[in-house]
Design a protein around this ligand. Structure first.
Ligand code: NAD
Length: 259
């Protein structure tokens, strides 16, 4: 994608790790100016530094919690003031949560919906409004998941959050089409990232928590699907203006069966 995004401003959330970091690097290689956002300030700064080394003419690390509406409004104002209007927005920050419906507490439900759904809503609202107001089009990518179209008794809260992101993306795509703003829902299956190391397991005690995280990390490692391939799918989806993009073989499978 050499220079395909030259001159464009791309903002990626959850850019300190995994799919977000790989996506930031892919846009950097394609010549984009980059804003790497994460709740992990050091990680965001590291991604920005690396992005400059691999081809971004300019890159900045910014710290924000995507679930915090005021923080996102502040971020959007700063980005518009200092770097410009975002051409491509990637709402990618997300957290994992496993456990049956009855094991999942209200607090855990709220946390996963706050980050995975509200984080995307805030991002679309604050940066989408700037794109629409500018009137020169743009693109929004939301990281949903294969879990959005595959019911699972192990992931009720996570899957619900991702199904909501998928539908939100399709509704917003319809609303923004007339303004030349594309919206994509990216739906990966199992990708080898840090998400398993930080995911919570509802109903598990501390020791059990660690044991389950290690087991999940091993399983994700064995599948060994690299985040760079998801990043590739994201850049392709923006260039082709694709609506819903399953990534990984199992995601293609469930997508085919469900629709
Ligand atoms: P990851 O844990 O490697 O990266 C997630 C990043 O998001 C981290 O840097 C983390 O600090 C950041 N983050 C988390 N909560 C945040 C918040 N409130 N505000 C700002 N930043 C926050 O995980 P990943 O696998 O790269 O996940 C990226 C996205 O991909 C998530 O939305 C996830 O649900 C989705 N996804 C992952 C997989 C997979 O198998 N890894 C599959 C489908 C979808």
């Amino acid at each position: 994608y050499a220079e395909r995004f030259g001159g464009q401003l791309v903002l990626v959330t959850g850019a300190a790790s995994g799919i977000g970091r790989a996506t930031a690097f892919a846009f950097a290689e394609a010549g984009a100016r980059l804003v790497a956002v994460d709740r992990d300030a050091e990680g965001a700064a590291r991604t920005a530094e690396m992005a400059r080394l691999i081809g971004a003419p300019e890159a900045w690390g910014e710290v924000a919690d995507v679930s915090d509406e005021q923080a996102m409004e502040k971020l959007a104002a700063k980005v518009a003031d200092e770097y410009g209007v975002v051409d491509v927005l990637v709402n990618n920050a997300g957290i994992g949560l496993s456990g049956s419906f009855f094991d999942t507490t209200t607090e855990e439900w709220k946390k996963v919906l706050d980050v995975n759904l509200w984080g995307v809503i805030h991002g679309c609202r604050v940066f989408g409004a700037q794109m629409a107001e500018r009137g020169q089009g743009g693109h929004i990518v939301n990281t949903a998941s294969a879990a959005a179209f595959q019911p699972s008794r192990a992931l009720p809260a996570y899957s619900t959050s991702k199904a909501a992101v998928l539908m939100l993306s399709e509704c917003l795509r319809a609303e923004l089409a007339g303004q030349g703003i594309g919206v994509t829902a990216i739906c990966p299956g199992i990708v080898n990232t840090n998400i398993t190391a930080t995911a919570r397991f509802a109903g598990a005690g501390d020791e059990e928590q660690t044991r389950r995280q290690k087991k999940a990390s091993r399983m994700y490692g064995l599948r060994n699907y690299p985040p760079e391939k998801v990043a590739d799918a994201i850049l392709r989806a923006v260039l082709r203006n694709q609506a819903v993009v399953p990534v990984t073989p199992e995601a293609h499978g469930v997508r085919f069966m469900s629709r």
